[in-house]
Write a protein that binds this ligand. Structure first.
Ligand code: 13P
Length: 264
């Protein structure tokens, strides 16, 4: 039986101010139940993390940062470090395609952020994915390989076990075009990702790593991805801003676990 806990992550991106975020959490809290085998993680803007940390029911929600800076402290105007987030979040998104594309985050910078997160006891959710151009050119595996190898290169096999990898093909993200990726196609890539981790860090690490899918996921289609072999959850953008849709995604994950006996 799968020992990896299902992870459903809401990436609110640069949406929702403090009161809007608070209202959404309130609605979600009323709508969703506590699920032992599903972790629900909210990634609000940096500004909203602190107020939400006092509002959330910790049996239902955990928090994630959408980004942070790789140095722990120093003269880096405008940045927030993983060290500063340590008491506030369990997770941090790292290397989201919007950060890679709009903020030119390099493979090495992402590697340093992954190491900084681990050093500060924050679980990295390493986001990887190929652009439409790379996809069409048949470069997907090479791109993902490079992203994985570099990002994990400063970690030990024991540290890699803690990492979450989120596969988000850029062309499937709603704001980049939102072409739905076929589950069969995603299955192929999830297998490839776990195989890469196995080659680099061994079978035990590969078995422990959680791998998520993201890209236009909503309550209607999430099941098709969650039931893929080795898919441990979803990273959700647009649909996570709507409490009915996001709660529907959690319901779908729970239903699937109940059917497969994984909620025992
Ligand atoms: P959408 O769910 O809006 O496609 O966004 C996916 C994403 O980028 C989550 O990190």
């Amino acid at each position: 039986m799968n020992q990896r806990r299902t992870l459903i992550v809401a990436n609110w991106k640069m949406h929702l101010n403090t009161s809007q975020a608070s209202l959404l959490v309130h609605r979600l809290h009323e709508r969703i139940r506590i699920h032992r085998n599903i972790e629900v993680v909210l990634a609000p803007s940096m500004l909203v993390l602190q107020p939400l940390s006092t509002q959330i029911d910790r049996r239902k929600f955990r928090l994630a940062a959408q980004n942070a800076y790789q140095k722990d402290e120093g003269a880096f105007t405008g940045e927030v470090s993983f060290t500063m987030l340590q008491d506030l979040v369990h997770y941090a998104l790292i290397g989201h395609s919007e950060r890679r594309i709009y903020f030119n985050e390099s493979l090495e910078e992402i590697r340093d952020k992954v190491a900084a997160a681990i050093r500060n006891d924050i679980t990295p959710i390493l986001c990887i994915g190929e652009t439409q151009h790379e996809h069409k050119a048949g470069e997907t595996k090479q791109v993902l390989h490079d992203q994985i190898v570099t990002a994990l290169s400063n970690l030990t096999a024991a540290q890699v076990k803690e990492v979450v990898i989120a596969y988000e093909p850029v062309w499937a993200i709603s704001t980049f075009g939102g072409t739905l990726a076929k589950p069969t196609e995603v299955q192929h890539i999830l297998d490839f990702i776990r195989h890469q981790v196995s080659q680099l860090y061994g079978a035990t690490a590969a078995e422990a790593v959680r791998v998520l899918y993201g890209g236009s996921v909503d309550d209607q289609i999430v099941r098709g991805y969650l039931e893929l072999e080795g898919c441990d959850g979803a990273l959700v953008g647009g649909a996570s801003l709507n409490y009915q849709k996001f709660a529907g995604i959690i319901d779908a994950a729970h239903r699937l676990q109940t059917e497969t006996g994984d909620d025992a």
